[in-house]
Design a protein around this ligand. Structure first.
Ligand SMILES: [Zn+2]
Length: 414
């Protein structure tokens, strides 16, 4: 049993500066001063994965992983890390996006390239909502989908419960059928779910594969929901944060209101907007409603135990009745406690417990995931490795390496 990490980040440099990242990877895109999601995140997360593999864990992080690793010193079985060169064409991407949207995306990229060649500003900022276009955007996004497809292929080839994780950039869960949004252009997880459902390898011969996407990013997976709505044999469970304010702002607790600027400062905790924000002139962006879309929203930041118990009480029964062949996680590290653009309240052990528990619950299903948001370097290193470890270990192993997992384990027994 082994984990394979598939990435679209071609030039892993362990000595890279993670934030001064213009020169890195799919890198001619964002400058971290203008956007929050950038290639350095993929590089940083790869670093975190390699650290896990080699058990070269700095003492500053050992104390945070302590409850999970429990001081154990043995090396893990090898984790394979591969880089994809797979670039799905636009016809393929129509499985989840409108043809006209893909053509418009391509045209915007061409426009950006022309600007760059003319030494003009290459950033096209009016294409989507908080989703700038630069010359490398479409190629990077197509490679991310390619890595997501490779991830599904590995899962379906697996004979021994092997797992796979798409360590991809840019993220995808805000990208709708015809709208780029929140640093997302192509709906990686939803496209992968449809690819897995329609795959020639049927895990129950004669039946399409049944695929669950579990989105544990802090923000709503509106793009995944839009693409998967009413798609047979798919289910999205979207666990997300909802701002604790009403329209009259009677209950607002996120950020501080600055009367001079007539706006809330340090209040970036909600995306996309589940309620209108008149101060910022933002309209609410609706979450698609369909019988196969389950939204589990939390009002404001939570205690980790509250999130876990609601996951157990509310989410697990829905998953059980769906009976998946493939489970795909949208792993947004921004749901970790303290993330500057998120912070729902998950701990490193929360990621571990959810992923390992669901593997335990569905021993015959194939389990994988993809990277989504996450905006704090420390939390890449503290929260991604436990999620990867949960995919790498024997789920049935009764070892009590993670005390929190041991506490919840009985809820996940099939
Ligand atoms: Zn997010």
């Amino acid at each position: 049993m082994a984990l394979t990490i598939v990435t679209n980040e071609s030039s892993f440099d362990p000595n890279a500066n993670l934030t001064g990242d213009r020169h890195l990877g799919t890198r001619d895109r964002f400058d971290s001063s203008t956007q929050f999601d950038y290639p350095g995140k993929a590089v940083g997360c790869l670093k975190a994965a390699k650290m896990l593999q080699g058990r070269t864990i700095p003492s500053s992080i050992q104390s945070i992983w302590g409850p999970i690793l429990d001081g154990e010193k043995r090396l893990l079985d090898p984790i394979t890390i591969t880089c994809t060169s797979r670039m799905p064409d636009l016809n393929d991407l129509e499985r989840g996006h409108d043809r006209q949207y893909l053509k418009d995306l391509q045209a915007s990229v061409e426009k950006s390239k022309a600007c760059a060649e003319a030494s003009a500003d290459p950033f096209i900022s009016d294409f989507g909502k908080e989703a700038d276009i630069t010359p490398g955007t479409l190629d990077a996004a197509r490679l991310a989908v390619g890595a997501a497809y490779d991830t599904v292929d590995i899962l379906l080839r697996s004979k021994h419960g092997d797992t796979a994780f798409g360590l991809v950039w840019p993220p995808g869960h805000h990208a709708e059928r015809d709208l780029a949004m929140g640093f997302c252009y192509l709906s990686n997880a939803a496209l992968a779910a449809l690819y897995g459902r329609d795959h020639i390898t049927q895990l129950r011969p004669g039946h399409p594969n049944r695929v669950i996407v579990v989105d544990i990013d802090h923000h709503r997976g509106n793009g995944t929901a839009d693409v998967l709505a009413n798609q047979a044999n798919t289910l999205l469970i979207d666990i997300s944060y909802r701002s604790p304010y009403d329209e009259s702002r009677q209950r607002y607790t996120d950020g501080q209101y600055d009367a001079n600027q007539c706006r809330y400062l340090n209040a970036g905790n909600e995306y996309p907007y589940s309620r209108p924000d008149r101060d910022w002139g933002l309209e609410a962006h609706p979450m698609p409603v369909a019988s196969n879309i389950v939204s589990v929203e939390f009002e404001g930041e939570q205690r980790p135990e509250t999130i876990m118990m609601r996951f157990i009480d509310q989410v697990l029964p829905i998953m059980k009745s769906f009976s998946p062949d493939i489970v795909l996680w949208s792993v947004g590290l921004d749901s970790a406690m303290g993330d500057p653009l998120g912070g729902l309240g998950n701990l490193p052990s929360s990621f571990y417990t959810m992923l390992r528990g669901v593997r335990l619950l569905f021993p015959d299903a194939r389990h994988g995931g993809f990277l989504e948001g996450g905006y704090d370097e420390q939390r890449w290193f503290t929260c991604l490795p436990p999620a990867l470890l949960a995919l790498h270990e024997q789920p049935q192993d009764a070892g009590n390496r993670c005390k929190l997992f041991a506490k919840y384990r009985h809820h996940f027994l099939p």
